[in-house]
Design a protein around this ligand. Structure first.
Ligand code: UTP
Length: 293
């Protein structure tokens, strides 16, 4: 392993998902299906496409479904084989073995920064990627996670904030970049980052969209980040602190991103995934054509 390799991923999934009530009273939003796979599994596959081998899920009480989904179930596998359904048996076996999975609980929901802090022991002194558990990306070539990890190597191990340009009026929903200079086509160095600015105060339309690559120094800064907006420890605030001592970069990744913690984003993801699937796209297109809007 070289100094800038990234083999570990952290996926925060502890949030309450209030925007998706009432379903999230009984089911984690990360487990809501996009066709036949839970939202979370698209993120896991993206991390694996990025070259990650170990994935830590940050859970909260009541999200045990996630752990069950990624654990071996030899009894169920046996049952499927006995019923002649080998294909499904191998499907569920592969789920549990496609990466090494780890789980920890965030006992108090004190924000995304606090969720990432729970990964300190898992990360130790390695580098890691963080991908939010409700943000999926569809891509044709390089996985966005891979693009960010390549950018991390290119900057010799500096923090990479992944994101894209959003419509100007939407920037107040996101972490907003204050660009220092353009390094290349997609990579920018930053001079500031502000969580959810007012539209008229935004310094750019570049938004942080649920993916970051860090070295282990971020934990020092998370530990000294005070509670900010909503009385939560904000990851953006920790990055802003780190920026006082170190260079931080923004990478404008290629890929279509969906906020599956939002109802419309979730529906868009279902439609686009169905339209990409060989087993569904033709009949689904027919169904959509018949709709009279
Ligand atoms: P969100 O801002 O989407 O919050 O969190 P939420 O609680 O999941 O959803 P709403 O806003 O109530 O509908 C962004 C990411 O950070 C994780 C969430 O699970 C999601 O992946 N998160 C947030 C935590 O893991 N812990 C927290 O304390 C807060």
């Amino acid at each position: 392993m070289t100094k800038y390799d990234v083999k570990r991923a952290v996926i925060p999934c502890a949030g309450r998902g209030t925007r998706f009530l009432p379903v999230t009273k009984g089911t984690p939003k990360e487990m809501c299906p996009i066709v036949d796979k839970p939202t979370l599994d698209y993120i896991v596959d993206e991390c694996i496409d990025g070259g990650v081998s170990d994935i830590l899920f940050i859970l909260s009480e009541g999200k045990e479904d996630i752990k069950r989904y990624y654990s071996l179930d030899k009894e169920y596998e046996k049952e499927l084989i006995e019923k002649g359904k080998e294909e499904f048996a191998s499907l569920i076996n592969k789920l549990a073995s496609k990466a090494r999975f780890h789980f920890t609980i965030q006992h108090e929901l004190l924000g995304l920064g606090h969720a990432v802090l729970q990964a300190k022991e898992f990360v130790k002194d390695e580098n890691f990627i963080v991908c939010c558990g409700d943000d999926i990306c569809l891509y044709d070539d390089l996985a966005p996670s891979k693009q960010l990890i390549e950018a991390f190597k290119e900057t010799k191990g500096h923090t990479i904030v992944g994101g894209q340009k959003v419509e100007h009026e939407m920037i107040s929903k996101y972490g907003c970049m204050d660009i220092d200079s353009k390094i290349n086509d997609r990579l920018y160095s930053l001079k500031g980052i502000v969580e959810k600015p007012r539209v008229e105060e935004a310094t750019s339309d570049f938004a942080s969209l649920g993916k970051w690559v860090f070295n282990s120094k971020i934990f020092e800064y998370l530990e000294k980040t005070p509670k900010g907006a909503n009385e939560e420890i904000q990851l953006t605030d920790a990055i802003a602190l780190l920026m006082k001592d170190d260079r931080v970069y923004f990478y404008d990744f290629v890929g279509k991103r969906y906020d599956c913690g939002d109802k419309l984003g979730y529906l868009e993801a279902i439609v686009d995934v169905a339209l990409k699937r060989d087993d569904l796209k033709d009949s689904f297109k027919e169904f959509l054509k018949e709709k009279k809007f």
